[in-house]
Design a protein around this ligand. Structure first.
Ligand code: ADP
Ligand code: F6P
Length: 324
């Protein structure tokens, strides 16, 4: 028989992402509407181990849907990777009467959720990461805002780069994934896109491309470099030396993780938050919510973690086709 859920907890873990607040708000208000109590766990698994647990009412999540970051705070917690840490976390949940937890985070956070589920605390994961690197879902909370923030910043760099007839290398976030880079590559009309999934690029080809484009009359050359490739500053030095064209590197960094969430991030995060609570109330555990082909669905965490996500080859080719 499915365990009766009376109280749930919600936490955000790993890197923050715009839209996490919309998800927290949806979790809190859906639970209250269903007659369930909600506790906010501050600073991810670290806050759970430190018992930083607060009661959440509908008014605690007023006026947060438009705010970046996460009102609960987030953390990376080494202790929770240990069996002892996980056991302690499960005991703290029991002590506070928490029957189920919604974990908003990425792949790493799901591993923690899986451990809690094995120890009898029902868990549902929501995909919260700007990196879009979760295989079971076409959408992750924060990607849309982050990619728009990066795109707008790149437009600005491109203005000055074109005026000075420079080459620019702009490094975007994404850890080991190239989704922000691919999207900006297309949305900003980049001449080259360097992705960790395609590590076999040849710097000499880029140099030849820059020289060819200059001959064709292009006044700028924009290279979007993913964080997973890195080394933008040294690459800029080498390109300038080889082409004789002034080359500057810009690393966009943490600005990509901040800011008010886009309508898409507010909307999807809200639906996913409600979906997570309803999934817990069906007695399900060890699940993660995803979005595929226009539907919100849930998967077993282990199955989700075993799925593989690849850069779309056609989209990558189109990016180059359009940058002639
Ligand atoms: P993300 O959730 O964005 O992938 P991390 O990989 O940093 O970010 O994971 C966030 C947190 O999840 C970690 O700091 C840790 O507390 C927890 N976590 C990560 N991996 C595991 C694991 N294998 N077992 C238990 N908890 C984990
Ligand atoms: O996962 C989101 C992300 O911003 C990645 O793009 C980046 O590699 C990482 O987090 C940075 O993490 P931290 O905040 O620990 O420096």
């Amino acid at each position: 028989m499915a365990k009766e859920i009376k109280t749930i907890g919600v936490l955000t873990s790993g890197g923050d992402a715009p839209g996490m607040n919309a998800a927290i708000r949806a979790v809190v208000r859906t639970a209250i509407a269903r007659g369930i109590k909600v506790k906010g766990i501050k600073k991810g698994y670290q806050g759970l181990l430190n018992e930083e647990i607060i009661d959440m009412e509908a008014r605690n999540v007023s006026d947060i849907i438009q705010r970046g970051g996460t009102i609960l705070g987030t953390a990376r917690c080494k202790e929770f990777k240990t069996k002892e840490g996980q056991q302690k976390g499960a005991e703290i949940c029991k002590k506070h009467g928490i029957d189920g937890i919604v974990v908003i985070g990425g792949d790493g956070s799901y591993r923690g959720a899986q451990a809690l589920s094995r120890l009898g605390v029902n868990t549902i994961g929501l995909p919260g990461t700007i990196d879009l690197d979760i295989a079971c879902t076409e959408y992750t909370i924060g990607f849309d805002t982050a990619v728009n923030t990066a795109m707008q910043a790149i437009d600005k760099v491109k203005d000055t780069s074109s005026s000075h007839e420079r080459c620019s290398i702009i490094e975007v976030m994404g850890r080991n994934a190239g989704y922000i880079a691919l999207w900006c590559g297309i949305a900003n009309g980049a001449e080259d896109i360097l992705l960790p999934e395609k590590y076999d690029f040849n710097e000499q080809d880029i140099i030849n491309n820059i020289i060819e484009n200059r001959k064709k009359g292009k006044t700028h050359h924009l290279i979007i470099n993913a964080e997973g490739i890195g080394h933008s500053t040294s690459m800029a030095r080498r390109i300038e030396a080889a082409t004789g064209i002034e080359t500057r590197a810009t690393i966009l960094g943490y600005m990509q993780r901040g800011g008010s969430p886009s309508a898409k991030d507010r909307f999807y995060a809200s639906i996913m938050g409600a979906y997570a609570v309803d999934t817990l109330l069906q007695g399900k555990t060890n699940r993660v919510v995803g979005y595929q082909h226009g539907e919100f669905i849930d998967f077993d965490i282990e199955d989700a973690l075993n799925m593989e996500k690849c850069i779309n080859e056609y989209q990558f080719k189109v990016a180059y086709l359009l940058s002639v």
